[in-house]
Design a protein around this ligand. Structure first.
Ligand SMILES: [Zn+2]
Ligand SMILES: [Zn+2]
Length: 395
């Protein structure tokens, strides 16, 4: 049976998957600068004898594996390749050799897993029908998102896949388990850049000034009504401000205050209405208090909705592969992912790969300098992805 063959191969090649992951982890590159990473991936694919490889979106790659009867059905598998601007604090043999750059979101794991799936799928291509497109994309961590550029570069055309599968590490889930959620899963995320301008001067003479610190304070408090009053209680929404910069002193009122924040939600219509509410509320308060407002909203990734039928089939495939005790249901997650761009074009399934191991100390969250994984996850990351693809295509 194909599933057992895939399991055997994943176990047999596990040390190679780990070696690839360690190479990628030690040599991280920032978003849209994944030149060496892409060259490494291309070399590995060449070594496997996969010859249909195209360069896409500068540092991305599209590879194709054809089974029997290649035009029967097409499915895409996606891995992201970029790292983050973080100084790694793990003391491990595969520690980042690029200071200030780190695979702290597990994209090294996604890339190594997709390479592993490619190795398995290429070896069993006589045992499934259809075509598999392998999408190695750049720049997940940075707007406008590598996924949007890969789509512009036509990775979903000629032939068009009926569905796309992606996976992401999750340090909240123990290694050995995976998580799925059908329907709405992750949020849209927009970046907010606000400047409140006033008139600075001596802190002892406020009557002759326009204090942007007080205005900004009122504005921040008032803006929360967008979530608490304007949003429907049925639509999850988050508004958070993480940076407030007023460069005065005990006795100096500055000329301006700069504020940065994020707005996230799960409904596209409400998303753009909320933007309007925020601008209106901020304008009313700032201008009412004599200041000037500059409110810049940078549109981020859209929400991520997993296709019901595709995700049901993938989850069922995971149950067959790992046992029902190792497949968990996920809650809504208010982070965002550029995989959502693919799901706006075709059916998608984005699932989670458990990487936690408390005994071995792998508990840190993604985007932290101590993030690391239990590498046993790679055998599942490669094997399960290959099995989901074959299950989707039919053997
Ligand atoms: Zn990330
Ligand atoms: Zn990520």
């Amino acid at each position: 049976m194909v599933k057992n063959r895939i399991k055997e191969l994943a176990a047999a090649y596990k040390s190679e998957f780990i070696a690839n992951r360690r190479h990628l982890h030690a040599n991280p590159e920032l978003s849209f600068q994944e030149y060496k990473t892409a060259a490494f991936v291309e070399k590995q694919l060449n070594n496997l004898g996969i010859s249909q490889i195209e360069h896409k979106a500068k540092t991305g790659l599209l590879a194709v594996i054809e089974g029997k009867n290649p035009s029967k059905k097409v499915i895409a598998l996606r891995g992201d390749m970029d790292a983050l601007p973080i100084f790694e604090q793990n003391e491990v043999p595969y520690k980042s050799i690029n200071p200030g750059v780190m695979h702290a979101c597990g994209h090294d794991v996604h890339t190594a897993s997709l390479l592993g799936a490619a190795k398995i799928l290429n070896e069993i291509k006589g045992q499934f029908e259809g075509t598999i497109k392998l999408i190695f994309q750049p720049g997940e961590e940075l707007l406008p998102g590598g996924a949007s550029l890969m789509i512009k570069d036509k990775v979903l055309e000629n032939p068009r896949p009926s569905g796309i599968i992606g996976q992401h590490v999750m340090p909240l889930i123990p290694v050995g388990k995976v998580g799925f959620r059908k329907g709405m899963y992750m949020a849209s995320a927009d970046e907010l850049y606000i400047t409140v301008k006033g008139k600075g001067g001596h802190g002892a003479m406020p009557e002759s000034l326009v204090d942007p610190v007080l205005i900004a304070s009122h504005m921040i408090v008032a803006l929360q009504q967008v979530v608490s009053r304007n949003a429907s209680p049925k639509i999850p929404s988050v508004l958070s401000f993480g940076r407030v910069e007023a460069l005065g002193a005990t006795n100096i009122i500055p000329n301006e205050v700069k504020i940065q924040g994020t707005f996230r939600t799960l409904n596209e219509e409400w998303r753009y209405k909320a933007h309007q509410h925020m601008v209106n509320i901020a304008k009313g308060i700032v201008e009412g208090m004599g200041g000037e407002l500059d409110f810049d909203i940078r549109i981020g990734y859209p929400f991520l909705k997993n296709a019901e039928a595709l995700t049901s089939r993938a989850q069922e495939a995971a149950v067959q592969y790992l046992g029902s005790e190792n497949v968990v249901d996920l809650d809504v997650w208010m982070a965002s992912e550029d995989f959502s761009y693919y799901t706006q074009e075709i059916d998608g399934c984005f699932y989670r790969l458990g990487t936690r191991n408390e005994v071995k100390g792998f508990v840190s969250g993604v985007h932290t300098p101590t993030f690391d994984i239990d590498e046993d996850a790679l055998e599942i990351g490669a094997g399960l992805m290959a099995w989901i693809a074959v299950n989707e295509l039919g053997s």
